[in-house]
Write a protein that binds this ligand. Structure first.
Ligand code: PYC
Length: 310
């Protein structure tokens, strides 16, 4: 399995160039469902230790159904196959350029959540135009073990988010263990209460949004991902969901640009235009760096061939 590793604002992406499972040639959402149902051990083993690293997201290249797209891709972390990934799309774009498969300029990428557009500005900088994102409920109360009652917005940005603002815990690196514990408890409570998307989609990510120490930034977020790791980047789909909330509550005008930071201080520039279905079309600008090219080996005699499971 040939792979290229990059990071976007510190968040790693492993692009799988070949050697992945046969998922058929149907819509990407069906191929993603097949990956999720039939290949859990394989996709997990690509990302977890000792072969991978915490927080790593996989980007499995696949033939797009739309020939105008430069690539098709299915994203997953060690906990789940996900609909879209913003940092992953920025990393994938820089990786495709590194491989000489695309050049500076605009390209379309097909994902299970829909077709997104990327504008590669230089070897490292990408503006992603995401799928239409929307807030579906504001101020949804939730009783959480160990925390009590909190309220948050439910929004979609290619994945499903429960967004708590202001964060009940300061969003600082020193608080990462406490932030992780609290957001896991919130996701568990959301699942138990049946809170999620319009068609019952479960909340897969939780965001705590707080002010930033940087006066030029709009805010700083802690984002919990399905694998219980936190996003080292400001999370592209989470930023999209956040933009939908800011637009819906009249807190950010169409076209205005803000800087959103992650808990480790890496940043995206964000703005939106109005979508056709009442939501927003987010743009997310960030940068990624290729770190490694390699070939993964799954030796039959390797006792940790499928990764470490505790
Ligand atoms: O950037 O959208 C994102 C993302 C999702 C999970 C990790 N990063």
């Amino acid at each position: 399995m040939r792979v290229v590793d990059s990071h976007t604002g510190g968040e790693p992406t492993r692009v799988i160039l070949d050697g992945g499972p046969d998922l058929g040639s149907g819509p990407l959402s069906e191929r993603a469902a097949r990956l999720a149902a039939d290949h859990v051990t394989l996709y997990r083993s690509i990302l977890v230790e000792p072969r991978g690293q915490p927080a790593m997201v996989g980007a499995l290249l696949t033939e797009p159904t739309d020939p105008s797209c430069a690539a098709g891709v299915i994203y997953f972390d060690a906990g789940a196959v996900i609909g879209m990934c913003g940092h992953g799309t920025i990393g994938l774009t820089v990786t495709l350029a590194h491989l000489g498969r695309i050049g500076v300029g605009r390209h379309k990428i097909e994902t299970p959540a829909g077709i997104v557009e990327v504008d590669l500005k230089d070897a490292n900088t990408v503006t992603l135009t995401n799928i239409e994102s929307r807030r579906i409920h504001a101020d949804v109360p939730l009783d959480v073990d160990g925390i009590g009652q909190i309220t948050g917005d439910i929004a979609y940005g290619g994945n499903w988010f429960y967004i708590v603002e202001p964060s009940p815990i300061a969003v600082t690196p020193a608080n990462i263990p406490a932030l992780t514990e609290a957001t896991i408890a919130i996701r568990r409570a959301a699942h138990a209460a049946g809170i999620g998307g319009e068609r019952g989609e479960p909340i897969d990510h939780v965001i705590f949004q707080a002010p930033s120490p940087n006066p030029e930034a709009h805010g700083r977020s802690f984002v919990l991902c399905p694998d219980d790791a936190y996003d080292r980047s400001p999370c592209g789909t989470g930023s999209s969901a956040m933009l939908a909330c800011l637009a819906a509550s009249g807190r950010l005008a169409e076209g205005a640009e803000i800087i959103q930071e992650s808990v480790i201080g890496s940043a995206y520039r964000l703005s939106y235009r109005k979508g056709q279905h009442g939501g927003v079309i987010p743009t997310v600008t960030g940068s990624a760096h290729v770190m490694a090219e390699g070939r993964l080996i799954f030796g039959e005699s390797d006792p940790f061939k499928d990764g470490i499971t505790l």
